[in-house]
Ligand binder design. Sequence first.
Ligand code: F3S
Length: 296
Amino acid sequence: MAEFIVAKTAGFCFGVDNAVKLAFRISEENPGNTSTLGEIIHNRQVMEELAQRGVKVVESPDELKEGEHVIIRAHGIGEAVYNELKKRNVIIHDATCPYVKRIHKLVRQKHAEGCTIIIVGDRNHPEIIGVNGWCDNRAYVVSSIEEVDLLPDISGPICVFAQTTMKQEKFDGIYEAVKKKFANTQKFDTICNATEVRQREAREISGTVDMMIVIGGKNSSNTQKLFEICSENCPLTFKIETVADLPPLDIKNINTIGITAGASTPDWVIREVIETMEENLRNQEQEMSFKEAFEA
Ligand code: F3S
């Protein structure tokens, strides 16, 4: 049977995995009394599964009632939102990714020391909204060199942080522009390399297999990126959301199948795809040996 090569980094990063597991555990222990502050993950299957277990998604602490369990997702939240949760006497389960937590601590400390904070990233992303909330929402958020040019005069020390999912070259380029414009700058490289490592592994695997399957949500941009990388190396690359989208398999021409998955794809979806493919291959093999025996 064809050999499967499954990427070690397929699916959830460590921070998201931790948050999703926590949401399932807390909802099991507290049925009907668990909410997440914002969607824990942008994955339809996971959100539907949680909804079936009675987990609500709320957008603000105002929607929570006393004694309710609330899960903070991996992106984290600002200090004021945190305090608001405490005031409401809800039971907080904090799944903020430790890498994001580290940024919160540094931003808070540097802001308290009198530094101006610049965050390189997407100002509408929940992670950045959360980080900005640890310096009284006083950070400047920039996402391009042009935006650095538009910054006002800043006196005193400046600390520059990166959104965790930012591309390294982009961050370095924007930081150089900040350094050129202001004399007293300090760089905090807060990029998490989970995405980069996943892409690197997908590139390596797709260069060695006959067929590549990339599993992830239709609207997931990181899944699309994985698909593009794999397609460059392996012409027989398919992007699927679930097992229902699997392409037909022709075992005569396929000896190795690579599997990877976007950052929001749960393990069980990956497993289901592999198991179904294995079953299809077994059936085809059986059919072939029947045919051969019949023709002999
Ligand atoms: Fe994931 Fe945490 Fe990195 S949420 S992408 S491991 S910063």
